[in-house]
Structure formats: structure tokens, C-alpha cells
Design a protein around this ligand. Structure first.
Ligand SMILES: NC(=O)c1ccc[n+]([C@@H]2O[C@H](COP(=O)([O-])OP(=O)(O)OC[C@H]3O[C@@H](n4cnc5c(N)ncnc54)[C@H](O)[C@@H]3O)[C@@H](O)[C@H]2O)c1
Ligand SMILES: [Zn+2]
Length: 368
């Protein structure tokens, strides 16, 4: 059952996001209404294929699709050009032509890798995102960023390539580990802080229901998150300006992920800490009232997410790592800071000493 539908309005490249339950079995039907080809490639990983491969295959076959499965190993370390090369080989061997759609069935890793394959195979074939993690449903599958990692950095190779359809089946979240649900909620909370006070207040009321995976609560949270991301992307598809607000919490988050070699934290957990630090910094700079920062931090905590920078790093190390983040633009620290719940400001050239003192007050070691 489709519970919510959100449209990403990009002129001739507009597309719907269908959100609901029992949607995986209906993929064949949704695609039949949009594409005339007979063959389809499904990019996924082993974990997701074991869980949902049969139901997807059955539905596609009933609608007359001939499926080619492209499986990548599970893990961020396989989000590489080598994996995509394997997909090109398979697509050519199975004579996939430009009319054949590609489904990316999985979390953000599969979405980004399969999306990059679809963007580049024969200069682009139709892409359908079928996100199966909360993070992918509220973030990675929407907005058209696709890409792979390079040994020198994450997401260094990629494209802006919008999908033709996104299908978010909430049933898939039932098999997702709770830690992944919490990590996805970090991005959901982010949307409330950057754009919508009403949604933030709704999250304060409903966070426990989301953690219990109650369907109607999930549908509302996923749809609202997608609607907010869509509105930002519609105004600034290629991140020239406004889209930067989606990076709230991410400069500190990326620094923590890099300093811990992407091992200790889930992306969402690092972002959760980053959002808390940014809220404290906004108070320090006189942009945000203290009780608002308290509300932000307490909602993050109630989602079961961390809000404190770990003690093992010095303030200097953290600031250096923040400067290296590619989204800081030329090494200057431009940060997205909340001025209210529901509104953020892009603040250029934030004083490094102020950042350090906020970090130190939060328990981080002083020093370089
Ligand atoms: N393109 C974008 O705009 C964008 C935005 C945010 C993040 N990303 C990217 O997304 C990636 C992270 O995505 P993620 O958090 O979804 O991680 P992920 O894709 O690694 O998925 C997390 C884990 O959950 C498993 N899994 C997926 N669906 C499942 C299900 N329904 N039940 C049980 N297990 C399931 C996966 O196999 C994996 O082990 C990163 O590579 C990040 O760069 C991209
Ligand atoms: Zn993120």
C-alpha cells in the first residue's frame, strides 16, 4: 500500500518517491507503467538479496521482466570503481541496452554504486532507487548524488544523476539492526533542525514510536524528510549554495569519521555528535538560544545517539580534520549553524579558537 508520495520537481527530470508497505512485490508493476524494455538489472549485495531477492524477483517476473542480478559484496570498502567495472562487464555480457532500467536495491552503498553504474553505462540508463535502510530512504536515494570512493577519499568519483523513481518500502526496515535505525534518525532530526520546526516538534512527540518502527510514524518521518530534501535539491541541484545546509553536523561528523578511520562510528552517529557540537557553537556565537540547543541535543539523545566528542582527540586534531573535509571549501571553516529550530545559517570563516573552546568545554583535550 502506498502511504505517501513525494515528488522531486526538476522539470523534465521530475520523479516520484513512493513510500509505503508491501511495495517490493509491486516493483514489476511500477516499472511496467514507466518502461517498455524487457530486461532489467538489479544491483544489490548479498545481505539484501538473501532477505529480499525472492520477493523482488517474483514480482518482477510476474510483470514480465527478465532479470539480471548484479551482486556486490556488503560493505563501504566495495563502493569502488572495481565493483562498477564488474557491473559493466556483466551488463555487456547480458546485452543490457540503453532502454533497460537498473534497480539499486539496498542501502546507501548499493544506491551510490549502482547509481554511478547507471549514470555511466552507455552514457546513462534509467535508474530506480529502492532503498532498504532508513538512511537511504531519507537521504541517499533522493537528490541524485551517485558515486564511488577512491583510496584518497570518500565519494571522490561521481555524478549528479537523478533516478526515474524511488520506492521506499517501510517493511524492509524490520530486518535492519537498531543501530542502523538510530543512525538514519540522525539525518531525520537534521531535517527538522535545518528546515522545519513543526517536524522537529513532531519528532519530539514521536521519537519512541519511530524507534518501535510504527508504520504510520515511519511513513510520516520518511515522507517529510524526503519532502525537505527534495525542496532543497530543487533549489540547488548541484550544491552551489543552499544544498550546503544539508551538511549541518557533517563537518565535525566527517572529521570524526576520518580520525577513526571510518571504523568506530556509523555516519549517522558521527553526524549526531556534529549536530550537537554545532548547536553548542551556535549558542557560543550568540546565534541560538541555549534552551533551543538543549532541545536539539536531548532529541538526539532520545534517539539513542551520541552527542559528545570522544576524549581521545585534541581540539587541534579535530579542527585540522575539519579543515580537510572537502565540503569546507579551501580549508576555511564554513559551518552550517542553527539560528532557531527549523532554520540554519551558513557561517563563513568561523573563528577556530571559538570552535576549540567549545570542544574543550565539551570534554575534548586542549592542545594542538
Ligand atoms: N548519495 C547521497 O546523497 C548519499 C547521502 C547519504 C549517504 N550516502 C552514502 O550512503 C552510504 C551509507 O548508507 P547506509 O547507511 O544505508 O549503509 P549500507 O548501505 O552499508 O547499509 C548498512 C548495512 O545494512 C545492510 N542492509 C541494507 N538493507 C537492509 C535491510 N533492509 N535489512 C537488514 N540489513 C540491511 C547492508 O547490507 C549493510 O550491511 C555511504 O556510502 C554514504 O556515502 C549517500
Ligand atoms: Zn549524512
Amino acid at each position: 500500500m502506498i502511504l505517501e508520495e513525494v515528488t522531486v520537481n526538476l522539470g523534465g527530470r521530475s520523479y516520484p518517491i513512493l513510500i509505503g508497505t508491501g511495495l517490493l512485490t509491486r516493483l514489476g508493476e511500477f516499472l511496467r507503467a514507466r518502461f517498455t524494455a524487457h530486461r532489467i538489472m538489479v544491483v544489490t549485495n548479498h545481505t539484501v538479496r538473501c532477505l529480499y531477492g525472492d520477493v523482488v524477483e517474483g514480482g518482477l517476473r510476474r510483470a514480465g521482466w527478465d532479470t539480471v542480478w548484479a551482486e556486490m559484496p556488503d560493505g563501504e570498502e566495495y563502493k569502488t570503481l572495481a565493483t562498477v567495472q564488474g557491473f559493466y562487464d556483466l551488463a555487456l555480457a547480458t546485452e543490457l541496452d540503453r532502454a533497460c532500467p537498473v534497480i539499486a536495491l539496498g542501502g546507501g552503498v548499493v544506491g551510490d554504486t549502482g547509481g554511478f553504474f547507471a549514470a555511466t553505462y552507455q552514457r546513462g540508463v534509467p535508474l530506480v532507487q529502492v532503498p532498504t535502510t532508513l538512511l537511504a530512504q531519507v537521504d541517499a536515494s533522493v537528490g541524485g548524488k551517485v558515486g564511488v570512493n577512491h583510496p584518497c577519499g570518500k565519494n571522490m568519483i561521481g555524478a549528479f544523476y537523478q533516478p526515474r523513481l524511488v520506492v521506499a518500502d517501510l517493511d524492509t526496515l524490520a530486518t535492519l539492526p537498531l543501530r542502523e535505525i538510530r543512525a538514519g534518525l540522525a539525518e531525520v532530526i537534521k531535517y527538522g533542525v535545518i528546515k522545519e520546526a513543526i517536524f522537529f516538534a513532531w519528532l519530539e512527540e514521536n521519537i519512541e514510536r519511530l524507534l518501535r518502527l510504527e508504520r504510520d510514524a515511519l511513513a510520516h518521518a520518511v515522507a517529510t524528510s524526503c519532502r525537505i530534501k527534495a525542496a532543497v535539491v530543487e533549489e540547488d541541484e548541484t550544491e552551489a549554495g543552499l544544498r550546503q545546509i544539508l551538511n549541518y553536523g557533517h563537518t565535525v561528523g566527517h572529521a570524526l569519521e576520518a580520525l577513526t578511520d571510518y571504523r568506530d562510528y556509523h555516519h549517522g552517529e558521527a553526524v549526531a555528535i556534529g549536530m550537537a557540537v554545532a548547536a553548542r557553537l551556535a549558542v557560543e556565537l550568540g546565534l541560538l538560544a541555549e534552551d533551543r540547543a538543549t532541545r536539539i541535543i536531548s532529541l538526539i539523545r532520545r534517539a539513542g545517539l551520541p552527542t559528545e566528542v570522544p576524549g581521545q582527540f585534541s581540539a587541534g586534531e579535530l579542527v585540522r580534520a575539519m579543515r580537510l573535509d572537502k565540503k569546507t571549501r579551501g580549508g576555511r571553516l564554513t559551518l552550517v549553524l542553527p539560528e532557531a529550530i527549523g532554520r540554519v545559517r551558513i557561517v563563513p570563516r568561523v573563528d577556530v579558537q571559538v570552535i576549540k573552546s567549545v570542544l574543550v568545554r565539551g570534554g575534548v583535550r586542549d592542545g594542538g
